[in-house]
Design a protein around this ligand. Sequence first.
Ligand code: ZN
Ligand code: ZN
Ligand code: ZN
Length: 759
Amino acid sequence: MVASGSPSSPTPPKEIKLATAAPIRIERLRVVLRGAVQGVGFRPTVYRLAQMLQLAGWVRNSNAGLEIEVEGDAERLEDFLRKLDEERPRAAVVTTSEISRMAVAGDTAFKILSSEEDASKTAAVLPDLAMCPECLQELFNPADRRFGYAFTNCTRCGPRYTIISDIPYDRPKTTMRGFVLCPDCRREYEAPNDRRFHAQPNACPACGPRVWLVPGNAEGAGAIAQAAEALARGEILALKGLGGFQLLVDARNSEAVTGLRQRKHREEKPFALLMPTLECIRQYCMVSAAEEELLSAQAAPIVLLRPKEGCDLAPEVAKSSPYLGVMLPYSPLHHLLMREYPFPIVATSGNRAEEPIAIDNEEARERLRDIADVFLLHDRPIARPCDDSVARVSGGRPQLLRRARGYAPLPVVVPYDLPRVLAVGGHLKNTVAIAVDRQVFLSQHIGDLDALESRQAFERAIEDLCRLYCFKPEVVACDLHPDYASTQWALASGLPVVQVQHHNAHVAACAAENGVVTDYLGVAWDGAGYGVDGTIWGGEFFLASKHGFERIAHLRQFRLPGGEAAIRDCSRSAASLIWETRGAEGAGRVVSPGIRAMLERGIHSPLTSSVGRLFDAVAYLSGVADRNRFEGQAAMCLERAIGGIRSTESYEIASQSGIGDWASLIEALQSDVKAGVSAGLIAAKFHNALANWILAVAQTTDVCNVVLSGGVFQNTYLAERTTMLLETHSFRAFTHHQVPANDGGISLGQAVLAGKFER
Ligand SMILES: [Zn+2]
Ligand SMILES: [Zn+2]
Ligand SMILES: [Zn+2]
């Protein structure tokens, strides 16, 4: 990097005269960069490069992204393009770049022009970014004017998506509009060579937002110190973060963690943790190099890690999960709090059960008043809720399980043009998406659409995404399930609707994000999705070709006695499988009279081909788990039971005429249980059987690409084992990385498939 301008001068020149030496061949280029290119310090970088290479022209933010016209010696222009790529800001994500030659205009200087507005708003809004090293250094430097200031940021870091109310991204169109820049901040904001040049949330203690504690009247550092004292006393702290409120409690204090569970009505679902440093995380968890990188990324997600034995965390933090979800502090406020209280802290969304996260001071004090003891508040408004993202490393690569802060609303780029589709997602872990040309912009994780508040949040997210991108949908895509709130919204929208089968959407999402367009085998395994025959699907294989999807195989169906009740109570799926294989006589103690009556008469017992429910049955029969208190709990326990076992032993799923039969698997498993085989080995043999079955089905086709999607593939053991098997047999296996394998990825698949039907 070459420094330019005169950093000591208070107002660096905005224009620079070209040198008089006559270049050999003058040309003019136009460069349009799309993607997340605004608000990351791109214009100053371009300006600096143009100055350094003595090129003329201009740069500006436009609704398309970043536009540059640059003129000068042809060789230097080549240099410019190369350096533009090499020296692009760390936070920028360039999805496409177009370069075209223009007539020479005779410019003599290089300028930064003000933003241009037009009708097609497709410049990506940037996600919120964790603090950069420079800002962090200033935060803890007593000589700096931002020492201890909770809203320090620059063009390389800080809030974006959660403060933007419209684009192009300029301060009057953010929630910072109410704060008038002081002379010092304005100077930084206007200086092209400053790290804070056009940093829209730029602020300092003299002019920016402030933080305070309730109850009491402590402000700033005092408020943060008192918040830390509350944590030390075992109290529950509600903290207004970047994308909403979080509830914090000391993770080593059993009583405090239990209190939070009770008040939040959250029985057993694991809590995420905030830890002050990587060193601290290493004390509690096993961390690979790839996991360290993910933890320290600017998205700073919650990363699922394997806990170490015998640590001092309260067992109530994550009782039944093989993983601990851990993140590092990402905002200055989090850094300051963790400096005062450098211990593991539970950090969970500020809501009750599955409701949306609270974002407003008054709303939070009302909704969280029976949960939190103290509130750490601030006066920078949050434009939209955005939870912490959840990710893990699988097969050496990051994989998102919940896509929100740090990732939303970055687009997923697909390898074909799409019409203007609005996709409204599924019912659980809902996200919505809009398609513009080759980009699909996904909303942040919205949540389950059971509660009224969640459905309102869903409607706001649609409105919000459409407004941000001036988007008018031509068609709405939704699920086939008639009872999903999202389906009902779509059907009532008055727009043309394309209903997309749930599992088709799963595999289409995975294929799209991996750029797979040729014929492929799609494997969609999850808990439940509405099948085209009206039964519950969840163990499906599709052959995807240009003619559409052909369901070539699925799990043998069985009944779910009691329907929804069978999702919570694993013994019901187990009873059903035994009933099917051994009949009433053989079922013995597993089948209670009530369940027996349901199965006999087939009442309240819908048919399913769900692999998720097969996991429940196996978890129950092997004595690993008997209930799902949160989605996927029993399957998680079964995965955890494998522990370090590396066995190739396997049960068998007989694959005949497209039906995967679990009968012999259940028989063999019960014999193993009787013979005292360990639950870990039983679990390994079960997982291996599933992977073998996928390979067997793949070998009946003539495709070479296999796409794995659906919540079941959040199981790392299964995903890795299947990938390894397929690849040793010359298939290419694809799993999710940019969007979740669970229903959080459904909206992407819907957008892609509805787009195809429309074309
Ligand atoms: Zn910064
Ligand atoms: Zn200021
Ligand atoms: Zn699903």
